[in-house]
Write a protein that binds this ligand. Structure first.
Ligand SMILES: Nc1ncnc2c1ncn2[C@@H]1O[C@H](COP(=O)(O)OP(=O)(O)OP(=O)(O)O)[C@@H](O)[C@H]1O
Ligand SMILES: [Mg+2]
Length: 238
C-alpha cells in the first residue's frame, strides 16, 4: 500500500464510469471533479455518496460549503434521494457548516478542527465529498497557498482512510486545457463540460489523470436522468 493508497477499488456509483476506471477510484485516493458551471459537479458528488451508501453499504459525508440542506433537498430530492432517511440510518451525512468567511472564519481551520475529525470518525465514513475545493481555498486565509492547502487536505483524508472527491470550479472549456496547482497534488482529475453539437449542448466527461489506473482517454457523453448521472463510455460526443 503506497502512500496509504490501496489497489482496492471504490465504485463511483455513477453508471458507466467504472468501466473506464478499472472498477472505480483507488481506495484512499483523492479525486478532483472539475467542471464548468452547471455541468453536474454537485450531483456527481451526491451520487457518489448516496449510491456508495445504498449499493455498497459505505457511510459517506457530503460537505456542502455553499448550498443549504433545504436547497440540496429541493434540487436533488428529485432523484429519489431522501437525505433525512439516509441520515437517520447513519448512511449519509449532509454536512453544511455555517462559516462566516466575511467575519474571518476559515474553512480550512474548521476542517482541521478536532470536532470535524471526530464527526468523521464517529460516523465511520468511508467516503467524503467537498463541494467545492474552490470555495474552501478561495475563502480561507492562512492555509499557506492553494497548493499547500490542497496537500494538507489530501493527506488528512488519506490518513483517515477516506476516498475523497473535491468538486472544483472550472472556468475554461475542456478543449482549452489548463492545469491549476491542485491537479498536480490530487491523485486524479475528472473534467465535466459541455460541447456544442449542431442544435444543443451535450454534457461530456473526460478522465485527465488517475494515478495507478489505466483509465479511459475518451471524451464521453453523459446524461442526467431520473436516477442521476449515467456515462456512456462506448458512445462519442456528437
Ligand atoms: N432533475 C433534473 N433532470 C435533468 N437534469 C437536471 C436535473 N436537475 C439538474 N439537472 C442538470 O444538472 C445541472 C445542475 O447540476 P449541479 O447543480 O450538480 O451542477 P454544478 O456543476 O454543481 O453547478 P454549479 O456550477 O452551479 O455549482 C443543471 O444545470 C441541469 O443541466
Ligand atoms: Mg454545484
Amino acid at each position: 500500500m503506497a502512500y496509504g493508497i490501496d489497489t482496492e477499488r471504490v465504485p463511483s456509483g455513477i453508471p458507466g464510469l467504472d468501466k473506464v476506471l478499472e472498477g472505480g477510484f483507488a481506495r484512499g485516493s483523492s479525486v478532483l471533479v472539475s467542471g464548468t458551471p452547471g455541468t453536474g459537479k454537485t450531483l456527481f458528488g451526491l451520487q457518489y455518496i448516496v449510491n456508495g451508501a445504498l449499493d455498497y453499504g459505505e457511510a459517506g459525508i457530503f460537505v456542502s460549503v455553499e448550498d443549504s440542506p433545504e436547497i440540496l433537498n429541493k434540487w436533488f430530492g428529485r432523484f429519489g434521494w431522501d437525505f433525512e432517511d439516509l441520515q437517520e440510518r447513519g448512511l449519509v451525512n449532509v454536512h453544511t457548516p455555517e462559516i462566516k468567511t466575511e467575519e474571518g472564519e476559515d474553512f480550512v481551520q474548521y476542517i482541521k478542527n478536532e470536532n470535524f475529525i471526530n464527526m468523521i470518525k464517529s460516523f465511520k465514513a468511508k467516503r467524503i465529498v467537498f463541494d467545492s475545493l474552490t470555495t474552501i481555498l478561495e475563502f480561507s486565509e492562512g492555509f499557506g497557498g492553494y497548493r499547500r492547502g490542497t496537500q494538507m487536505l489530501v493527506k488528512m483524508f488519506r490518513e483517515l482512510g477516506l476516498t475523497t472527491l473535491f468538486t472544483h470550479e472550472r472556468k475554461v472549456p475542456v478543449e482549452r486545457l489548463d492545469f491549476g496547482m491542485e491537479q498536480f497534488v490530487i491523485d486524479g482529475t475528472i473534467f465535466l463540460d459541455m460541447i456544442k453539437a449542431t442544435d444543443h449542448y451535450e454534457k461530456c466527461l473526460s478522465i485527465l489523470k488517475m494515478r495507478g489506473t489505466n483509465h479511459g482517454k475518451g471524451i464521453y457523453p453523459f446524461q442526467i436522468r431520473k436516477r442521476g448521472i449515467t456515462v456512456f463510455p462506448e458512445q462519442h460526443v456528437i
